[in-house]
Each structure stands twice: as structure tokens, then as C-alpha cells.
Design a protein around this ligand. Structure first.
Ligand code: G3I
Ligand code: 9MR
Ligand code: ZN
Length: 545
């Protein structure tokens, strides 16, 4: 591990730029490696002990270096990896982070043409059966008695091959917000099968998941099923080898409300692109919402006994209902959704989180950025609270050795998502204030993701000189290709040590170092669609802010 920590993917010409040095030193030198020239000399500022890593660190600012080129930093006898200063930095990252969704596609062959060495055969087209307690016996003795539903398509959730509604909702929401807010960032050709069709590739890619989600809506009443998975997590095999029967699990109120919210959002975004598809999405959303109205009591999902795919459980559905009402109001302007939103506003505890189980933040965004007539008092209160939390994040970053926004308690399963969600919060705060006030912090969080961190590692596969190599990702582990599938965001440090590899290698480590680039460490080094999606949002912002 080197002592000089930088963003291994480099920096934009006009971004603020920081280097972190682990140890004590007084100054740094930057050389242009092509011209073999010293271009900058700067002082290092002592930070003292960085609480999250327990390392003593110094930081140096080289924002004044704006000339595109390739550089390295020298501190004492240490030399950093070579890095680039280029305006392409965030675009290169954003494209790769988005292309990762293509690699997660289910139910279609990934061809050599589009997937390169990570190509694989078509997967998960076996029948999917509606689960009920006797489903397994029936499957053995009388499979005809089981209801079959076509649930093909969509994205594999993560390192496993399950497809889960609430997880999909967060991923789709982040990508749609990214497109809605920063369209200019989505003009690249991602080399996916639909790239030659009109429209941005991000819309083609998200449609893959929307089409799948539409299949997850129960035809009879509009409720959404919670997931489709095999009974157990399979071994580290390729998706086409995962041929056990698929089960579709019960509907739930959080899944249905998330479904209503994402469909309403998508109807808005796809309207200009494909009006009849947008109508279909809106109809699906309204139907799901009608089910919610008929079922005011929470109906929460629990894994049935002896089924061990992901649970994605929840303790409340108020935040999901808040989000659904907020999106439907923003998309349709119908008063009924507005009054529901205000009712849930008074009940929802957490109005900021952008997670898969806590989605209050999305409800708040839907209202804060709505074009509809709003309740001024509620709008103002929400805006003040949103900005107050942004200030807390900014304060926190000023005390962190790397300048990031994670608190000591934030190093949980999927801590990179926590970090990226915090950046999303700051970006929305910038929008509300019409300022760039939080850019410095957003850039430090971005640098952390790509290597400026206590592990000296880029948490995104394929991006950075020292990027993760062994994510808990079944295709990457089983395909015989040395490099993992690129563009995947690892969960990152997790002090919970919930898997054997983390227990073995990270015991006693400070929170920011509870990470192991080991294929078996699903609690620190798995990947998911909803850890990639906030990264796409932040990357898109950094492309054209
Ligand atoms: O929120 C609490 C926090 O208050 C507490 O201090 C902290 C202490 O550990 O825990 C936090 O909760 C954690 C929660 O994630 C945060 O979202 C739980 O401990 C932790 O067990 C839980 O992990 C989830 C994991 O599934 C196990 O259920 C991850 O969020 C979730 O991303 C992950 O999802 C899995 C799917 O089930 C299957 N597919 C892969 C996917 C990624 O690993
Ligand atoms: O591979 C599974 C991963 O996708 C999940 O996030 C994780 C936690 O639910 O579980 C993993 O599966 C492990 C299982 O829980 C226990 N036996 C080992 C499996 C990993 O190969
Ligand atoms: Zn599949």
C-alpha cells in the first residue's frame, strides 16, 4: 500500500484537487511525467489522526494545477501512481458505471460484440413459479398445479442472480434522476444492443429493468411481487448454469409503493421519448396506487422458512407511500396525490435517506423539484431541513482526514452507497440553493471512491490502477477472465464483519479499514445495481455541473 492517496482516475481540469499522505511530511512536488518537469510545489497540512482509519494523515491542495496532462506526486521518497488531469474524467467513469448495468442483464445473451471477454449465454429463462408454502412439494409431485408467470429480463441484483423489486426501484430512480437532471452527460455510445436506435442509451438500459418490473405487477389487482429468485443462493457459477426453478415471492406494500413511485417517475421521463410506453407506465403506477389505497395497513415481506435469497425486509411502508404519492403528484398534478403526500409528510420519520428500505429522500426530492403547485409552508420547511442536513455533512467532511462525509457509524454493509447517497444529497442541496457550495465535498467523496481512501484502492472494478480485483460477483468469479466485469461499485468497508472472510482479515481494524478485496467477502466486496446507480448520478453531475 502506498502512502500517497489520490483519485486514481484523475481529476477534471477545473475541479478542486486533493492529495492525502499517510504519515507526516511538510510538502509535496508534482511532476509532469511527459515533460519530465516539476510543475507545482505545495505545502501539506497536518490533519492528525483520521478517526475512521486511525492513520495520521496530511493533506495537500493542488486545485491550481489545471493544465491537462499526466502527472505524479512525490512526497519524501514516495511516488504516487501516474494520474491524469483531463475534462474527460467524470465522463469516462460515468459511462463505465452505466455500462455495468448492461453486464447485469438477465434473460439475454451477452454477446462478444457488446460484452467483450465478459460475454455469456442467455440465463434464467426456466419457469418461475408463484411461491406458496407447499410450492416445493408440488414442484416435485404436481408441477401443473403451480401458477407460472413470465418474469424474464431485468438486471441481476448483485453478485447473486436474484431480482428484487425494492432494490430495482432505487437503482431505476437514481438513473432516471440522473437523466432528468443531467441529460448532457448521457450522449455517449455505450455499445449496448440498442445503441443504434434513437434515444439515449441510459433510457434503453433502464427500459430493460422497467419491462421486467412491469412483469412483477400482479395482473389481478396491481400489487407488486417482492422478488424472483432460486431457493438458495447458488455457488459461484455462471448465470446460465443457475438452472434451479425460480420462485416469485409474495407481494408487499413497500414493493408496491416503490413500484408505483418508479413507474410514475419513468412515465414522466419517457413521455418525450415514447409516449405510448409512458402511458403504460403511468397506468401501471396508478393501478399499484389503487391497491395501496385499498390496503392501508403495512404488508411487509419476510423470507419464508428455508428460503435464503436476499430478504430486503422493512419495518415500515410510510416512506414508500410518501414517495409514491410524491411522484404521482409530480407527474399528474392530481390533488388526491398531493393531499396524500402531505398526510404522509406528517408521518414519515426519515425524509432524507435514499436507500432501498428507507426511501423518504426520494419522496422529498419529488416534492422539492416538482413543477406542480405546492404547499408553500411544507415546501419551505422541507427545503430548510434538506439544506440543514447538507450543512451537517459539510461540517463532518471538514473533520475527516480524507474530507469525506461518512460518519464512524456509516461504515456499514454498502458504505460506498451511503457515501454516494450523501453526495446526491449535497447535489440536490446545490440545486435548491442554486450554488456550487458543496462541490468541494462532493469531489472529495468522488476521489475516495476511486482510491483516495485508507485502503489505497479504487472501489470500482476496472477503473483505477489499483482497483478491486475479486468482487463477490458470480460472473466475475466464474468466467475464467482475470479482470472482473468492469464498472462495478463494491460495497466497501463494513465494520459489521458479517462474513467469514471479513471476520478473518478485518478483525480489530478501524471502520474505514474493514474491507477485504476477497471474492468470499460478500459483506465488504459484493456489488449491487443500487450501489452503481448513485455513482452514475454523481458522475453525471460532475460531467456537466
Ligand atoms: O442500518 C443499520 C445500522 O443502524 C446499524 O448500526 C448497522 C450495524 O451493523 O447495521 C445497519 O444495518 C445493516 C443494513 O444492511 C444497512 O442497510 C445490517 O446490519 C446489514 O445486515 C444489512 O445488510 C444488507 C444485506 O443484504 C443483508 O441483509 C445490505 O444492506 C443489503 O445491501 C444486502 O443485500 C444483498 C441482498 O440481500 C442479496 N443480493 C446481494 C445484496 C448485496 O449484498
Ligand atoms: O452470495 C450471497 C450474496 O449475494 C448475499 O449478499 C449474501 C448475504 O445474503 O449471501 C451470499 O451467499 C452466501 C450465503 O449467505 C452463505 N453461504 C455462502 C454464500 C456465498 O457463497
Ligand atoms: Zn439471469
Amino acid at each position: 500500500m502506498g502512502a500517497i492517496r489520490i483519485n486514481q482516475m484523475g481529476y477534471r481540469t477545473d475541479s478542486t484537487k486533493q492529495v492525502v499522505y499517510v504519515g507526516e511530511a511538510s510538502n509535496f512536488l508534482i511532476f509532469d511525467v511527459e515533460k519530465d518537469q516539476l510543475v507545482l510545489e505545495g505545502d501539506l497540512k497536518t490533519h492528525g489522526v483520521d478517526e475512521a482509519s486511525k492513520d495520521i494523515v496530511c493533506t495537500g491542495d493542488f486545485s491550481s494545477l489545471k493544465e491537462p496532462g499526466n502527472y505524479c506526486i512525490c512526497i519524501g521518497k514516495e511516488v504516487s501512481p501516474i494520474f491524469t488531469i483531463s475534462d474527460k474524467q467524470p465522463q469516462v467513469c460515468t459511462d463505465a458505471l452505466l455500462k455495468a448495468f448492461y453486464y447485469q442483464r438477465c434473460g439475454e445473451k451477452l454477446s462478444k460484440e457488446h460484452a467483450g471477454e465478459w460475454h455469456h449465454d442467455v440465463c434464467h429463462l426456466q419457469p418461475s413459479y408463484l411461491f406458496h408454502p407447499e410450492a416445493e412439494d408440488l414442484l416435485k409431485n404436481n408441477p401443473q398445479a403451480l401458477e407460472k408467470i413470465d418474469t424474464s429480463g431485468g438486471w441481476h441484483d448483485a453478485g447473486d442472480y436474484g431480482r428484487y423489486t425494492v432494490a430495482a426501484a432505487k437503482a431505476v430512480a437514481d438513473l432516471l434522476l440522473a437523466y432528468e437532471h443531467y441529460k448532457e452527460a448521457f450522449t455517449s455510445n455505450l455499445d449496448i444492443p440498442e445503441s443504434n436506435l434513437p434515444g439515449a442509451d441510459i433510457l434503453h438500459e433502464v427500459k430493460v429493468e422497467l419491462d421486467f418490473l412491469l412483469k412483477m405487477q400482479r395482473k389481478s389487482d396491481g400489487a407488486a411481487y417482492s422478488k424472483v429468485t432460486t431457493r438458495y443462493f447458488p455457488g459461484m457459477i455462471m448465470p446460465e448454469e443457475d438452472t434451479d426453478p425460480l420462485f416469485i415471492f409474495d407481494v408487499s406494500s413497500p414493493a408496491t409503493a416503490d413500484f408505483a413511485a418508479t413507474m410514475a417517475m419513468a412515465a414522466r421521463v419517457y413521455k418525450e421519448f415514447d409516449a405510448s410506453y409512458a402511458n403504460r407506465l403511468l397506468d401501471a403506477s396508478i393501478k399499484a396506487y389503487e391497491w395501496l389505497e385499498k390496503h392501508p395497513e403495512p404488508m411487509l415481506f419476510k423470507n419464508p422458512p428455508n428460503m435464503n435469497s436476499g430478504e430486503y425486509g422493512d419495518v415500515s411502508d410510510i416512506d414508500e407511500r410518501y414517495w409514491a404519492a410524491g411522484e404521482l403528484y409530480r407527474t399528474t398534478g392530481e390533488e388526491k396525490y398531493h393531499s396524500d403526500f402531505l398526510k404522509y409528510y406528517a408521518q414519515v420519520e426519515d425524509k432524507f435517506t435514499l436507500g432501498w428500505s428507507d426511501v423518504g429522500g426520494y419522496g422529498s426530492i419529488a416534492y422539492l423539484l416538482s413543477e406542480q403547485e405546492l404547499d408553500t409552508k411544507i415546501y419551505e420547511a422541507l427545503k430548510i431541513d434538506w439544506i440543514t442536513y447538507a450543512e451537517i455533512l459539510k461540517q463532518r467532511s471538514s473533520k475527516d482526514g480524507y474530507g469525506i462525509t461518512l460518519s464512524l457509524d456509516d461504515y456499514i454493509w454498502g458504505s460506498t452507497m451511503v457515501l454516494l447517497n450523501q453526495s446526491m444529497h449535497l447535489i440536490i442541496a446545490n440545486r435548491l440553493k442554486e450554488s456550487k457550495e458543496y462541490d468541494y465535498v462532493i469531489e472529495r467523496n468522488w476521489d475516495y471512491l476511486f482510491g483516495m481512501n485508507p485502503m489505497d484502492i479504487s472501489y470500482v472494478s476496472g477503473l483505477g490502477e489499483q482497483a478491486i480485483m475479486a468482487p463477490h460477483h458470480r460472473p466475475s468469479a466464474a468466467d475464467g477472465v482475470k479482470e472482473p466485469v468492469p464498472g462495478l461499485v463494491s460495497g466497501g468497508p463494513n465494520a459489521g464483519l458479517q462474513d467469514d472472510a471479513a471476520k478473518e482479515y478485518c478483525q480489530g481494524q478501524p471502520p474505514a479499514k474493514c474491507f477485504i478485496d476477497h471474492v468470499e467477502s460478500y459483506a465488504t466486496n459484493e456489488i449491487t445495481i443500487y450501489w452503481n446507480s448513485p455513482a452514475v448520478y454523481v458522475g453525471a453531475y460532475l460531467c456537466y455541473r
